[in-house]
Design a binder for this molecule. Structure first.
Ligand SMILES: [Zn+2]
Length: 230
């Protein structure tokens, strides 16, 4: 789970060279109700690119798949399904200690199982709308820059949830897997290390990816299993 709040003081983290590079297959499902202003496709595409950039630097190549084929045998099997929730007034269960919940993750039962993440678009928007430029919210403008900034915020929040699929339901004191992000951290050009992994998370990532490979989780004929809530 990712919620905003105050920025933590970040120390500069040296950019680590990925020890392994491994693929992760991700499917995005848009859920935009009829009364909602759906996110422009270029924002969704830039969001994907931002999430991809963050994880590529960490040694994981995201492969986005579209389930357009009518033949189930031709459909790629995603490791992670992302529900892009565009309900303007999402109702989330559970207690929220730190304000808006930007994303959530249903943890898979085992390393080989698929995960399901939710990205709450309206909550990300409300969070970053608190950043004003010349008296108006930065992301409210019609400019390409405003759309790009919102896409980056979505992509960074999503990258955090991808991290929960890869690392489990743990948070770190700094970097991508910290529990809270300020609006500025989601919008601004990131400082070195803000979207990196701390040492513990990096070791855990490598260990879990190697274990997945050892279990041959990525065979193309493996059935898609359901995710379970932690
Ligand atoms: Zn989290």
């Amino acid at each position: 789970m990712l919620s905003p709040v105050l920025a933590v003081t970040l120390t500069v983290i040296a950019a680590a060279v990925p020890s392994i590079t491994s693929p992760l297959t991700v499917q995005l499902i848009r859920r935009c109700p009829p009364d909602a202003a759906c996110t422009p496709i270029e924002v969704v595409q830039e969001m994907k690119r931002e999430t991809e950039r963050i994880w590529f630097a960490l040694g994981v190549q995201l492969n986005w798949v579209e389930l357009s084929s009518t033949d189930p045998a031709d459909r790629p099997v995603p490791d992670l399904v992302v529900m892009f929730e565009e309900n303007p007034r999402p109702i989330l269960g559970g207690s929220v200690l730190h304000g808006l919940v930007l994303g959530s993750m249903y943890q898979p039962a085992t390393l080989c199982d698929a995960g399901v993440a939710h990205l709450w678009v309206a909550h990300v928007r409300r969070h970053v709308e608190t950043v004003y430029v010349h008296g108006v919210p930065l992301i409210s403008g019609p400019t390409h820059f405003a759309r790009l900034a919102f896409a980056h915020a979505l992509g960074r929040a999503l990258a955090h949830e991808v991290g929960h699929y890869l690392l489990g339901p743990v948070h770190a004191p700094y970097g991508l897997m910290r529990a809270t992000f300020s609006a500025h951290e989601l919008l601004d050009t990131p400082m070195l290390g803000v979207y990196a992994l701390d040492g513990t998370s990096r070791s855990r990532l490598i260990a879990r990816r190697l274990e997945r490979a050892a279990r041959q989780c990525d065979t193309s004929d493996a059935p898609m299993r359901s995710a379970s809530q932690p």
